[in-house]
Design a protein. Structure first.
Length: 553
């Protein structure tokens, strides 16, 4: 029962500490087994599987936490007045009403938070009883119309030995760049987990565009003032063809009258199938190649019109929002900016920090982190997983030597800039314990060189950045690492470096990239290795061309 009290096992820090906490049950998580609990003492919500529920309630059930709305009405006053001749009104103190804003105590915050965990209906009955039931019903009808127009299935008698795949409705609110509701989506989804490998599907891999690839395209379009247009393929997965024989149960509530015993023989792919994304990718690849799209020398309007003849398309105008990223563009200055402010605000609300003051640094200068501060239980680990982080291509690589005090391993990172803006970056701990800063910087430069080769090949395929034919410059602030990269043979100072990192020398000798010296103060990648001072942080942000959107809009 919701709000039922329970003793929940907790990680004990000391022998004498209590081994459980008195909490309240507030729901079930979707991603894992267990229960959602609210701890009144610590005022936090967490997931746990180890709990003992109390059937008789809290020791003080009179203190039930109930969300009470503040009333704006004045308290009732007796308008009857009587004048006592013995009372002097001058001596009666004037009652003063408090001007302090009244609000619900913070301990009730979990009520609002749990109500926002998931607002999407789970079943058809929930959707029809929702306050927006008419919109959900319209979304369902639209989905069924798409099924019919695309001839997704035909009704047939179930073959002997066949095991039909199940199906269900999935409801989702589609949000815009600012978090507003833009559409009500209802998808008829196959229960892919009931498919059998080798029978209902073979291959499932489907390529997905990397975020850095999109940033490279946007940076190139901003530099050359190209058109950036956005179109959406309606019910994209329904356009793919399935190669296997797949049978699906008829949807409850939409069973054909007089043919209740028949099953759906899928002619095309459907959402939820293991191979759905692969089938769509194969179909789109075949269609787009038929237009010789690789040449990229057609007018954008012709391409849009042609795509509309092949698929049911929705023209969304100039690109403004993609993969959760909002796009700002000023074509007069050939500037383009990307922001995830909506996602950041959502994360802040999740942790009740939307009213917190903005910090000047992501991490204080000189701070040291250790494993002692990391999550120790499955519940803590789950919560931590939700916490986030000119026309010449150039790169900055850097490393902090033995920055991890616990295993003495170094931190390496790189930053790639294209047309003045950062398009790719990485910061990670090295997997090898090293003896010197030179070795750490050399390995960091090797990782940057691999990224440089990929980026060089990718941009060359676009055929619109002439300078990409030149070697990609990797700036490094360590003379020893630069000398090692240019040295054609190893010597005793580098013999312990793993062979795979010497790929850097090969890339330099081939002319794919070259190493140049930059001072530590000018190394743009420095903020990714360690906390730095506020002044240095602001200077590096300016070099990366990272700024507040309000500064140039």
């Amino acid at each position: 029962m919701w709000s039922s009290p329970a003793y929940v096992k907790r990680l004990v820090g000391d022998k004498l500490d209590s081994r459980s906490s008195l909490c309240r049950f507030i729901g079930y998580p979707k991603e894992t087994a267990g229960y959602y609990f609210y701890d009144p003492a610590e005022q936090k919500i967490f997931v746990s599987k180890n709990a003992v529920f109390l059937e008789k309630g809290f020791p003080s059930d009179s203190c039930m936490m109930v969300l009470i709305e503040e009333s704006n009405e004045e308290p009732h006053r007796d308008t009857t007045t009587s004048f006592d001749p013995t009372v002097h009104t001058d001596s009666v103190p004037v009652l003063r009403r408090s001007t302090r804003e009244s609000r619900v105590p913070d301990r009730y915050g979990f009520v609002g938070l749990t109500s926002q965990l998931d607002n999407d209906p789970k079943t058809y009955e929930e959707a029809m009883s929702d306050i927006d039931s008419d919109k959900w019903l319209e979304a369902i009808k639209s989905e069924m119309d798409s099924m019919g127009s695309n001839q997704i299935w035909t009704l047939v008698d179930s073959p002997k030995g066949a095991r039909p795949v199940g199906c269900k409705w999935v409801y989702k609110l589609k949000l815009g760049a600012n978090g507003e509701v833009t559409a009500f989506k209802a998808r008829l989804v196959a229960k892919g987990y009931t498919q059998r490998p080798g029978v209902d599907f073979e291959e499932t891999y489907s390529p997905v565009a990397m975020a850095k690839s999109i940033r490279i395209l946007l940076a190139t379009a901003a530099w050359y003032d190209y058109e950036i247009w956005q179109m959406d393929v309606k019910t994209a997965f329904l356009n793919g063809f399935v190669e296997e024989e797949i049978f699906m149960d008829q949807l409850e509530g939409f069973t054909a009258v007089g043919e209740e015993q028949k099953v759906c023989y899928l002619q095309r792919s459907i959402y939820g199938l293991k191979q759905a994304s692969r089938s769509w990718n194969t179909r789109f690849d075949e269609v787009i190649r038929g237009y010789d799209f690789i040449k990229n020398d057609y007018d954008p309007c012709d391409i849009k019109a042609w795509l509309s003849t092949q698929f049911s398309m929705k023209d969304m105008g100039e690109a403004s929002y993609i993969l959760g990223i909002k796009i700002y563009r000023d074509r007069s200055r050939r500037m383009l900016g990307l922001t995830q402010s909506s996602y950041i605000e959502k994360v802040l609300k999740r942790f009740k920090m939307e009213h917190s003051e903005r910090g000047l640094l992501p991490m204080k200068h000189g701070i040291k982190l250790s494993k002692k501060q990391s999550p120790k239980t499955d519940e803590e680990l789950k919560r931590m997983s939700n916490i986030p982080y000119a026309s010449v291509v150039g790169s900055y690589s850097d490393a902090s030597f033995q920055s991890d005090d616990e295993d003495a391993k170094s931190q390496s990172d790189f930053v790639f800039k294209l047309n003045g803006g950062v398009v790719a970056w990485k910061s990670s701990k090295q997997d090898t314990t090293l003896n010197s800063t030179t070795e750490a910087e050399y390995i960091a430069a090797s990782e940057a060189a691999k990224e440089a080769v990929w980026m060089k090949n990718y941009i060359q395929e676009l055929g619109v950045v002439p300078s990409i034919a030149e070697p990609v410059v990797i700036f490094c602030d360590n003379n020893g690492a630069i000398a090692h990269a240019k040295e054609s043979r190893s010597h005793h100072r580098s013999k312990q470096i793993l062979r795979r990192y010497h790929l850097l020398r090969e890339m330099v000798s081939r002319g794919n990239c070259k190493m140049d010296r930059v001072s530590s103060a000018e190394n743009t990648a420095d903020p990714l290795t360690k906390p730095i001072s506020q002044i240095a942080h602001i200077q590096h942000l300016d070099k990366m061309d990272l700024r507040s959107m309000g500064d140039w809009l």
